[in-house]
Design a protein. Structure first.
Length: 299
């Protein structure tokens, strides 16, 4: 019983909701249709202004047309044309792309959009993109000879670009190989110079060390010789005796020579005394032979 009562309550609510949805859908549909009519009206005004070369007015009308209906492919494509005429190429590309993927666009609209995208790519020297755009244009209209001609030009440009890029790449590789070879040669030469300099330095250092060792050895030999000559007194005496012997003197003469040196003063004194005594004797003999002088006067 409770379930029946609940269904009786819910049924009017559901029915009312469905009725409300239908009324909302009708209102939304009416609103959408009104926006589409307004969009078409603005697009037509834009077309008239474009024919009259009033590009700014045409641009404003097309913008209004697109704001009312974002699916208006004709307004999108024509907007691209107006911007292209004003050399606003980047923005024109945007509207051509919007038209090319628009589900509401006809094949002819898509063909024209892709064709113009190809022209913009050619203008920017993007030949590979241009080839792809012209191919898409021909898929939507295979009979357009202008698109086919543009495609052939784009392919030729792309081929030359690829050949030029390959040539430049080869030149770059050759230059890089040459630079690498030059760098390697410079490095080898530098290593050789460093090795030669190192060998020269080592040789100079070795010669210097040998010279220093030789000088030190000569100095040591000289010091040893001086130390040998400046030995003990007995050794010096022996060397002096050897020297005397070499000069033809006997050991006794060498000894006397050494003693006379030590007793020189004594010997000189003795000689002086002998000379004094001799003089006194001579003086004494002289006095004895002289006549004695008389103290008396001889007159």
């Amino acid at each position: 019983m409770k379930k029946i009562q609940l269904l009786m309550i819910l049924f009017p609510i559901i029915a009312f909701s469905q009725k409300a949805e239908k009324e909302v859908s009708k209102a939304e549909l009416a609103k959408r249709e009104k926006a589409q009519r307004q969009s078409q009206a603005f697009a037509y005004q834009g077309y008239q202004a474009e024919k009259a070369h009033k590009l700014l007015d045409s641009e404003m009308d097309y913008r209004k047309a697109i704001s009312k209906n974002k699916e208006n492919a004709v307004a999108q494509y024509n907007m691209g044309d107006v911007l292209y005429s004003q050399e606003a190429y980047n923005e024109a590309t945007h509207y051509y792309q919007e038209a090319s993927v628009n589900k509401e666009a006809s094949k002819e609209d898509k063909h024209k959009a892709f064709h113009n995208l190809g022209n913009l790519a050619m203008q920017n020297k993007k030949y590979e993109e241009a080839v792809q755009f012209y191919k898409e244009a021909l898929r939507n209209n295979p009979t357009d000879e202008q698109t086919r001609y543009n495609l052939a030009i784009a392919k030729e440009k792309l081929k030359k670009e690829q050949q030029e890029n390959k040539k430049n790449q080869n030149n770059q590789n050759n230059q890089q190989n040459k630079d690498n070879k030059d760098n390697k040669d410079n490095k080898d030469n530098q290593n050789k110079d460093n090795k030669d300099n190192q060998n020269k330095d080592n040789k100079d250092n070795q010669n210097k060390d040998n010279k220093d060792n030789k000088d030190n050895q000569n100095k040591d030999n000289k010091d040893n010789k001086d130390n040998k000559n400046q030995g003990s007194p007995e050794r010096d005496k022996q060397e002096n005796n050897n020297q005397d012997n070499r000069e033809g003197n006997t050991p006794e003469e060498g000894e006397r020579k050494e003693l006379s040196a030590e007793q020189m003063n004594r010997i000189l004194n003795a000689i002086n005394n002998e000379e004094k005594k001799t003089q006194e004797k001579l003086n004494a003999n002289k006095v004895k032979g002289k006549a004695k002088k008389s103290n008396t006067k001889d007159w």
